[in-house]
Design a protein around this ligand. Structure first.
Ligand code: BGC
Length: 759
């Protein structure tokens, strides 16, 4: 392929090269017919295609083509299921093929820093490992069908408010461990065809002009081979962007960027060889696209609908099940009240420009009818108006009457489109007033109330104690209605777990004090302590922890076994755990593995998710699952050496059912192979020395040659070594010891000590 590309580049004029570096219109790149270079067609849609029915020169069509609307990102990540994400990717890929789309603009791997960010419903998680793995699986599935994925929005693009101008200000370690790690996993594991740079600035530099991340990190360090393109309209300076690493500017800006590039080559601002590299990245994508398109595919939209339903059942999280009110037993019920307009007109996807036109749409009301309508009386009432957030007393009273006359009330509430818009951050984490009042009204008369939530990101639940059952129904796509019915009546057993923490209240969230930021910056002051890393470190109560979710069955965790209790950081550690279904229903359990550093000298979160797996078991069945950890699971990013480093010491391997329900633990001692020996100076402290096992040993061996036991006794007698001294000695710089122990510890001795320590 390289030869073909080199030949093509040699045959191109400067103008032709420049022309490839920006779009033809809204959704397509330019072609060069005389050289057989085809154009590429993009389409939006992270959970379904959002392709205008008209041609590619129109941004938003009056109508979009129909497509399967799958659950959105927050829901998908609740499945913690790479296989499912791969299936979704493959299904989307086939639908793209049918519509001649070459690259789909998804997935979004961005970290959920605040529960308020407008695009949260499309993002996966607050955790980089989970976000990264979900994105990687989705990309593999999509690309397996010969359609490119576009991983976005690179990087630290975590809010909508002034997204096009604000600068995300964060330190290098946080950037590496949280906001880059989520992209690093899918880039390395799945090589997306494209990566999209964000609108925002990162530490003052526009993401489209950030050479450090676009060239040094993603290309040189992670060996990314695909296309780097701008978000739509994100380029401010085409020449700077090209020099930083942006291959393609989208969408078209007439001939402006092309002329700028030509001019820059002519006046020497850009060397033609640099432009050739950019063109090569574009041509690689064009040719890859051509060869993939030769692969055959088959499309069955009914199957995609069934897949959407299966996935939705694995995405909906059972948050509360008091008195085992769920699953509902049809035989014990005479009357069911279904309340809430969202039961009949579901909120099942995001709102705004990203609207997917579903090819069919289930609603929970009909699906419950289909399942239980022959055996129980089902009464329905709107309960609130879908037009506004005002309480409608007559609807509420009507709902109260049917709730009172039923054995159970199923309440459909959530965030209406107006309160969760892709283009705007939310202002708070509350449900609309009329939904909250309805919950009060119903629970006053009906103790058996189950709430089904429809929302793309967490809400506060001051009413949690009043209801017996809660399902986090997310935005579960076109088949979410059927999935809810299946879960309510036990046709399916819930297995999803939260991919983000639900705080008790918004102000508990670590980003609260600087979201959405002041002036033109957003200070990521919480650093590494995003999501559960913060709530754990602060020992805070939360509404529902990261990784939490209930099942109708129970799982026992047994027999943790690690391949070795002492390893070096280049070894792969294998962890085996036995999981047994000890309940009465078949079910799936998501097993989570966290790593805790017990002997750190740099600040570290209390524990971090490093592996997970999902296992399906019948009652009484058990299975041993195996997870592996490599160096990165134990490492932190060291900003001095610019490398991932493991500190020699003890680590805990914590295996559990959620981040706050750790069932098994094993200790492993990891020896570091990093050559990150500290350089000790006269200002180093005793603590610096003894915190490194090797230098600790050295100093222990040296001490007797400096001071004798008799000397030490003399210091004690004279009061130099008193209680305070003993407490503070660790913090004392070596040079100060010369003053403390005048005559006993000298400059020469200090020099000798440093010489030995630094050898
Ligand atoms: C959004 C992207 C989207 C692009 C094209 C931008 O405003 O941030 O996610 O892919 O528009 O519609």
């Amino acid at each position: 392929m390289d030869k073909t590309i080199t030949k093509l580049i040699n045959e191109m004029t400067l103008e032709e090269k420049a022309s490839l570096c920006s779009g033809r219109d809204y959704w397509a790149t330019k072609s060069i017919d005389r050289l057989g270079i085809k154009s590429i067609l993009f389409s939006d849609g992270t959970y379904g295609l959002r392709k205008p029915k008209c041609d590619s020169s129109v941004f938003i069509g009056i109508e979009n083509v129909t497509s399967t609307c799958f659950p959105t990102g927050s829901a998908l990540a609740s499945s913690w299921d790479s296989h499912l994400l791969e299936e979704i990717g493959a299904a989307l890929g086939k639908e793209c093929r049918e519509e001649n789309i070459d690259i789909l603009l998804g997935p979004i791997a961005s970290i959920k820093r605040s529960p308020l960010s407008g695009r949260n419903f499309e993002c996966f998680s607050e955790d980089p490992k989970l976000s990264g793995e979900m994105a990687a699986a989705y990309i593999k599935g999509l690309q397996g069908q010969g359609v490119g994925a576009c991983l976005k929005h690179f990087i630290a693009d975590n809010q909508m408010f002034m997204r096009m101008s604000k600068s995300s200000e964060l330190d290098e370690r946080t950037l590496r461990e949280i906001y880059l790690a989520n992209f690093e996993i899918p880039v390395k594991k799945a090589q997306p065809w494209a990566v999209m740079c964000g609108y925002n600035r990162l530490n003052g530099i526009s993401c489209c002009e950030h050479k450090d991340v676009l060239t040094n990190i993603i290309r040189n360090e992670w060996h990314y081979e695909g296309l780097i393109l701008s978000n739509w309209g994100a380029v401010n300076d085409r020449v700077k962007a090209l020099k930083a690493g942006v291959d393609l500017e989208m969408p078209a800006r007439e001939s402006i960027p092309d002329n700028e590039i030509v001019q820059a080559v002519l006046d020497g601002t850009i060397q033609e060889s640099m432009l050739d590299k950019t063109v090569k990245n574009i041509l690689l994508t064009v040719l890859k696209n051509k060869s993939y398109k030769e692969k055959s595919y088959s499309l069955d939209l009914d199957k995609h609908h069934q897949l959407a339903r299966k996935v939705a059942t694995e995405c909906i999280v059972l948050l509360k099940n008091e008195d085992n009110i769920l699953p509902l037993n049809i035989h014990n019920l005479n009357r069911i009240a279904i309340i809430g307009t969202m039961a009949k007109s579901p909120r099942y996807q995001g709102s705004g420009d990203l609207y997917v036109n579903p090819n069919q749409l289930e609603n929970a009301y009909d699906e419950i009818h289909n399942l239980a309508g022959n055996q129980v009386v089902i009464q329905y009432c709107d309960g609130y108006s879908s037009e506004d957030n005002e309480t409608n007393l007559s609807l509420m009273n009507e709902a109260q009457i049917i709730a009172q006359n039923s054995d159970v009330a199923i309440l459909f509430v959530g965030l209406p489109d107006t309160m969760e818009l892709a283009a705007l951050d939310r202002q708070h984490m509350k449900l609309p007033q009329n939904h909250m009042r309805l919950i009060d009204h119903i629970t006053n008369v009906q103790p058996n109330t189950i709430v089904i939530l429809s929302n793309g990101s967490p809400v506060e639940m001051p009413w949690k104690h009043k209801v017996k059952g809660i399902f986090e129904g997310w935005l579960t796509g076109q088949a979410g209605g059927g999935a809810i019915a299946d879960l309510l009546f036990g046709v399916a057993n819930p297995c999803a777990k939260l991919p983000e923490t639900f705080p008790l209240k918004l102000s508990d969230n670590p980003s609260y004090l600087n979201f959405p930021g002041y002036g033109d910056t957003i200070e990521y002051n919480e650093g590494l302590f995003v999501g559960y890393r913060h709530y754990d470190a602060r020992e805070m109560d939360v509404l529902f922890p990261f990784g939490y979710g209930l099942s109708y069955t129970k799982f026992e965790y047994m027999n943790i076994n690690v391949s070795s209790n002492t390893i070096t950081d280049t070894d792969i550690l294998t962890i085996k755990v036995k999981i047994k279904n000890t309940g009465c229903y078949s079910g799936k359990e998501i097993v989570q593995l966290y790593v805790k550093d017990n002997s750190f000298n740099v600040q570290r979160p209390l524990k971090e998710l490093k592996a997970f797996d999902k296992v399906e078991l019948n009652p009484n069945e058990e299975e041993i699952i195996t997870m592996t950890l490599d160096k990165r699971a134990f490492a932190y990013y060291d900003i001095d050496t610019k490398d991932w480093i493991v500190e020699t010491g003890e680590f805990e391997i914590l295996v559990g059912s959620s981040s706050r329900d750790i069932r098994l633990k094993e200790i492993v001692f990891v020896h570091s192979t990093s050559n990150n020996k500290k350089k000790f100076t006269r200002h180093s402290t005793i603590h610096d020395i003894i915190s490194d096992p090797k230098s600790k040993k050295t100093i222990e061996l040296l001490i007797p040659s400096f001071v004798s036991p008799a000397d030490i006794e003399e210091f004690r007698q004279s009061g130099i070594i008193n209680k305070t001294f003993q407490k503070t000695i660790h913090q004392t710089p070596l040079c100060k010891l010369i003053h403390y122990f005048k005559g006993y510890f000298t400059e020469e001795m200090l020099e000798q000590l440093l010489h030995v320590l630094n050898k």
